[in-house]
Design a binder for this molecule. Sequence first.
Ligand SMILES: Cc1cc2nc3c(=O)[nH]c(=O)nc-3n(C[C@H](O)[C@H](O)[C@H](O)COP(=O)(O)OP(=O)(O)OC[C@H]3O[C@@H](n4cnc5c(N)ncnc54)[C@H](O)[C@@H]3O)c2cc1C
Length: 483
Amino acid sequence: MRHGMVMGPDSRGALPGTRPSVRILVVGGGYVGMYTALRLQRKLRQRLRSGEAEIVVVTPEPYMTYQPFLPEAAAGSISPRHVVVPLRRVLKHCKIVIGEAERVDHAKRTATVTTLATGEDGTGALEIPYDEIVLAPGSVSRTLPVPGLAEFGIGFKTVEEAIGLRNHVIEQMDIASATRDPAVRDAALTFVFVGGGYAGVEALAELEDMARYTSRYYHNIKPSDLRWILVEATGRILPEVGEAMGGYAVRELRGRNIDVRLDTRLDSCEGRIAVLSDGSRFPTRTLVWTAGVKPAPVLASTDLPLTDRGRLRCTAMLSVDGVEHAWAAGDAAAVPDLTSSEPGTETAPNAQHAVRQAKVLADNIVATLAGRPAEDYRHSYAGSVASLGLHKGVAHVYGRKLKGYPAWLMHRVYHLSRVPTFNRKARVLAEWTLAGLFKREIVSLGSLEHPRAEFALAARGDVQPGPVGDAPPKDERPPDTSD
Ligand SMILES: Cc1cc2nc3c(=O)[nH]c(=O)nc-3n(C[C@H](O)[C@H](O)[C@H](O)COP(=O)(O)OP(=O)(O)OC[C@H]3O[C@@H](n4cnc5c(N)ncnc54)[C@H](O)[C@@H]3O)c2cc1C
């Protein structure tokens, strides 16, 4: 371990100040990143105070996103600010660097990080030296080379995407209500979701519920005018809740007139026409892609071992295989599932494993620093809960199967107990309570995404683009919705 290194003024890009005896660098501020840093700051409190240790968290956003709440945020049941946790507030004893790790040279124990300031001050990327690294960059949407997908697809992994989709759906209803062209109306009221995991099913179910409710405020849109299609390549949806409950979810959705197409793939969506492998074609202005995830791209720019699927090859102790002082967990890590009877099984990429792995990972770093042995991660999957819209759900937890209202209630109780910080729990509970007393919000605030557009128009395009809140160039805007 290197000691007390002082960063001179010309040590380009490195974090200023005296180097502590142990710097732990956490890449990613999601489930694993936040929970690992939280536990480390508690367990290493004395060393952090004395300056002997330092925890640096590199993350592109200053918040952790509680992803299971994204469908409810899209439906308007929870406001966007309450599905995220401010990292600077919860990680008070860590240094937060808002930026992205571009490369990790573990042989040299250095990460190359670009920040918002990198481009502005022209000094180049930060080179952050470390003693221990925790790689927790999670995953990104896994896309396929489907023609038209890159141009028209919408993802559902971030709070921005969830709120953007909500605004987009309501905007389509406004377009459908105003147009005199039946083809435009049909396309605006057709919503195609690809991928039947919990992200896709919950997003579709919550938005369908919201749109059906919202339609009562339109003089010329009936719920039956809205067309919702779920496309799933395998023969079942929601594999997380088991076969029986997945079958129930299909029946529930079909009972609501949602067109669930199993064993079907999206072949193309060029020209905003979704063409499915069963030969059907749907002109649509909304194509949501939630067909799986792949590990974050930064992993390919490290000198650490990867599996053929691009996850970091890890031991059951959550250290990177065959390497010292490198740790990983969550969606980015291939961790052996010690509870599986089938050798070679890896733990699934989900929040349940991410949170539990973060705890073991932090404890193992603390143990290693103290010269104690690390422990294995072992957790058998407890099952899952999924919401299918307001008062509807499915659950399969510890062998117990629930459906309908009890499952939905369990979904809410479970996630309320899991969402980090008392502050967020209280705010989410307050929102749910108020939503029970008042009517749903049905407003679309899509223009919030382009706050300068109005002013730029007023100034007839004379305004030079500034750094914040610009109207984006036309080709970077979401699909045009005005034809
Ligand atoms: C809509 C939705 C609903 C879900 N619902 C459930 C559910 O009900 N139950 C369940 O168990 N799981 C659910 N999941 C899955 C669960 O959210 C993930 O498995 C979990 O977030 C994985 O945690 P993680 O820390 O590995 O990644 P994340 O939580 O995604 O965190 C990764 C972080 O790393 C950051 N990052 C990425 N690249 C870099 C880089 N180069 N440098 C620095 N930082 C970087 C990212 O911005 C992000 O902040 C859901 C996922 C989605 C999208």
